[in-house]
Design a protein around this ligand. Sequence first.
Ligand SMILES: Nc1nc2c(c(CN[C@H]3C=C[C@H](O)[C@@H]3O)cn2[C@@H]2O[C@H](COP(=O)(O)O)[C@@H](O)[C@H]2O)c(=O)[nH]1
Length: 365
Amino acid sequence: MSDDEVDHELVALLRAKFGLNGSDPSAPPETKVLQNAEFIVDNSTDVALDMRYTKLAAIAVHEEMQKREYSPKTWAEHELHPKSKDESTLNFIFTMDLLNFSFWSEKSEEERFAVEYKGKRWTGYWSLVAALQRALDDEIPITSPEFWVDEEKCTDEVLRNVFRSASEEEMPMFDQRVQCLREAGLILEEEFDSSVATLIEDAKLSAAGLVNLLAERFNCFRDEGTFERKKVRFLKRAQIFVADVWAAFEGEGYGEFNDIDKITMFADYRIPQMLHSLGVISYSPPLDAHIRRLNTLESGHTWEMQIRGCSIWAIELLRREILKLQPDARINAILIDFFLYDLAKEKEKAGEEAIPHHRTRSIWY
Ligand SMILES: Nc1nc2c(c(CN[C@H]3C=C[C@H](O)[C@@H]3O)cn2[C@@H]2O[C@H](COP(=O)(O)O)[C@@H](O)[C@H]2O)c(=O)[nH]1
């Protein structure tokens, strides 16, 4: 055996022994989300992708995104999103994406959890953004990591008040949200000088690296499942955090990443519903019936894995089809996803018929 072979043998042994993940440390970071999504698509029995509708949807989505001049700038145009390109906005986004999950309610529009802010009644994702803005207006430092770990100042009562509802229903999964804040505050304090900016710096301009860092260090960002006995990663809130920072800072400052196109669609409960309306994905009769009956879907259930994985891959196919239409289109999975979310909310507001979204209760999305 030559010296070189001995070295390889030795390195392989050392890696196996010390559990090194076998990846070459100099290789660029990968999240494996897209690769796992393709594996799910190839083994899905209850969710199918339709290429004809995907091609048609690509034309419609591309046209509408061009008409609206959809770009990272669109992010800050939303009434409630912070506009300043500074550390306070970075902290706002981190806080928001720590808690950006599971707003759906069994109650009616009138009775569901809602936040009153600036004379309007906000529900869903926007109820979270409104609650954070309202707290900041009330001089409560809700977006500061030191505050989350301060037992005296940041009591459960203070947090209940921050997320108080304008209806009878309190914020879904309130206790889990408090736990996310406390845990993240501790980890930021222990490892990142209580600074989100330090976390960003540690990722060294890599979006995928930042996603992996969040999944590695924070339990509440480690959004993974098992499908056909294989670990599959979705990392929805870790990815949407990176995407929100990239969009809010328009790819500069804290939002500068050299591999932002490695970020995939965010596997939530809204986009699959929109993809179904576009005919891009379809459900088997039992799954279709389950969803239309508004039955809950256990977190980790194979149907849930299939919906999430097929949706991620569907956006990738849409992206490829749009680039075939316009090779120089400044488009990525993030912007397609953001657009489809906003479109889904517009259609919901307009009362347009759509299959119900699936009902999984979890902190992952
Ligand atoms: N895939 C994807 N999921 C998204 C968003 C957003 C909002 N992003 C803003 C930032 C840029 C965009 O332009 C949006 O203005 C929230 N969600 C997820 O949806 C669910 C909330 O639904 P509902 O209860 O109906 O509000 C919940 O899981 C939440 O985490 C998105 O963009 N993509």
